[in-house]
Write a protein that binds this ligand. Structure first.
Ligand SMILES: Cc1cc2nc3c(=O)[nH]c(=O)nc-3n(C[C@H](O)[C@H](O)[C@H](O)COP(=O)(O)O)c2cc1C
Length: 202
């Protein structure tokens, strides 16, 4: 199973997300391949947190040139990936998705994926109105306000077909398990019908 993992320019819980994906990629290395797709701001923010080289050395990594370069939207629509995960997702990316704007690599990939019935899992940094304590690149803590408008965009996304909002990065493991089971089920069904399996078709 191939997974497209989108990283936007969000510093909040970034290290946790990156380390979690590395441990999941290790745990499922016989069955899952993780490809990282980084937004332009994602590159800047990963660099600030000294995580850019770590991501590049542990994952096949692609960086945003434009909404259609690399052509992740097309790859998702052709079924090359089982699903798209955006984690962490900035309030900027969430706001665009909430109104259907597809002008960046990851917003275009997400909206195109949903159009082709591919699920999109998303972990937004700003989920609920109130205060969050975030860690700055220098390790110091900073208290920030989650605006009600940003929380409202997350709520809209939760209601949209094809989008699944995660409340915690650790939920990704059960998403992977679910999709591995789905693939097994589909393969068994194809075998029973004597048809080439989805894996063979790819
Ligand atoms: C060091 C740093 C940390 C940032 N952290 C966040 C964050 O946690 N959440 C957020 O919504 N934006 C954050 N931003 C701002 C976004 O990077 C900015 O809105 C950018 O336009 C997002 O683009 P993207 O959604 O295409 O990645 C951060 C910016 C910098 C430089």
């Amino acid at each position: 199973m191939k997974i497209a993992w989108g990283i936007t320019g969000a510093g909040d819980r970034l290290e946790e997300c990156v380390k979690l994906m590395k441990s999941l990629a290790d745990k499922y290395r016989d069955r899952v391949e993780v490809y990282a797709y980084i937004s332009k701001s994602g590159v800047v923010v990963l660099r600030h947190y000294r995580l850019l080289d770590y991501v590049r050395s542990n994952f096949k990594t692609f960086t945003e040139i434009s909404a259609n370069e690399p052509f992740l939207a097309g790859q998702l629509q052709k079924g090359e990936f089982e699903f798209l995960l955006i984690m962490p997702a900035t309030s900027n990316t969430v706001a665009k998705l909430a109104v259907g704007i597809a002008d960046t690599l990851l917003t275009n990939a997400a909206i195109s994926a949903v159009k082709a019935f591919k699920p999109v899992y998303i972990f937004p940094t700003d989920r609920e109105e109130g205060l969050i304590t975030t860690k700055l690149p220098n390790g110091k803590e900073l208290v920030l306000r989650v605006r009600k408008e940003d929380a409202e965009n997350v709520r809209k996304l939760r209601e949209m077909e094809g989008f699944y909002v995660l409340n915690d990065p650790r939920e990704v493991e059960s998403v992977i398990e679910k999709h591995l089971e789905d693939i097994n089920r589909r393969t068994l069904k194809d075998l029973r019908r004597g048809q080439p399996t989805s894996q063979q078709k790819l």
